[in-house]
Design a binder for this molecule. Structure first.
Ligand code: PGA
Length: 254
């Protein structure tokens, strides 16, 4: 299967900085220095979506997504951004459930569930992020937390067309204690969690175990190859190390 290499630029880069990085990525794709069996994704800040989408427009197997949205077409939702606006900016994917949105912005399981269905019903691809905190892991709650995060967002989707789910859904497993900390999860942690996620995706009413599962959390050029070699790791979601085009491209070649 083609491995997915996704960049989450979080709240970094002005529009011109984002455009510059996207152009560097596009140039590398054009010069065939990214392996053809890689799918690349870039999630810039909202204001940079148009320039990043434009820069990556002609690049095969490359997708642009938004880091957030509000699940209504329009209306009195001050400060929010809708999917039609994001589509108009040239993006076709969204991140949902990132740990920073769950833990810093207080996004609830029910909002994440609503956003997931809404995005899929509006022809957007969804990268659903899940992961346990250090305390949850130390309390032996890994399975319970991942199960709750997956079940609330995905089990209600059984009525959606199989083709939609097959092409428009990805999971990113990101242990919260490994995000931005430099503490990458060990091979055994990643193997255990990814096998668990695949298993938990077999809901009684729908089997979603075919959905790609990416690993995220302190991925760097130096550890990407090893992570990608592990069973059930279908790709990588990269924060800090995706900000420099050269690092991101190195990871894409891992
Ligand atoms: P990091 O972030 O690579 O900087 O740890 C990953 C993420 O939050 O998606």
């Amino acid at each position: 299967m083609s491995k997915i290499i996704a960049a989450n630029w979080k709240m970094h880069k002005t529009r011109s900085e984002a455009e510059q990085t996207a152009k560097e990525i596009a140039a590398a794709i054009r010069s065939a220095s990214v392996p053809q069996d890689r799918t690349l994704m870039v999630f810039p800040a909202f204001l940079s979506l148009p320039v990043v989408a434009q820069a990556l427009k002609e690049c095969p197997k490359t997708f642009v997504g938004a880091q957030n949205f509000y699940p209504k077409d329009q209306g009195a939702f001050t400060g929010e951004v809708s999917l039609p606006m994001i589509k108009d900016a040239g993006a076709s994917w969204v991140l949902i459930g990132h740990s920073e949105r769950r833990h810093i912005l207080g996004e609830s399981l029910s909002l994440i569930c609503e956003k997931t269905r809404y995005a899929l019903e509006h022809d957007f691809g969804v990268m659903l992020c899940i992961g346990e905190t250090l305390v949850e892991r130390e309390e032996g709650k890994l399975k319970a937390i991942l199960s709750e995060q997956l079940k609330t967002a995905l089990a209600p989707l059984a009525d959606l067309p199989k083709a939609t789910l097959a092409t428009s859904l990805m999971i990113a497993y990101e242990p919260v204690w490994a995000i931005g900390t430099g503490k990458v999860a060990g091979d055994s942690d990643v193997l255990e969690a990814h096998a668990l996620v695949k298993d938990l995706l077999r809901f009684p009413n729908i089997d979603l175990s075919f959905v790609p599962v990416l690993y995220g959390g302190s991925v760097k050029p130096g550890n990407a190859k090893q992570l990608l070699s592990l069973a059930n790791v279908d790709g990588l979601l990269i924060g800090g190390a995706s900000l420099e085009a050269e690092n991101f491209l190195q990871i894409s070649r891992a």
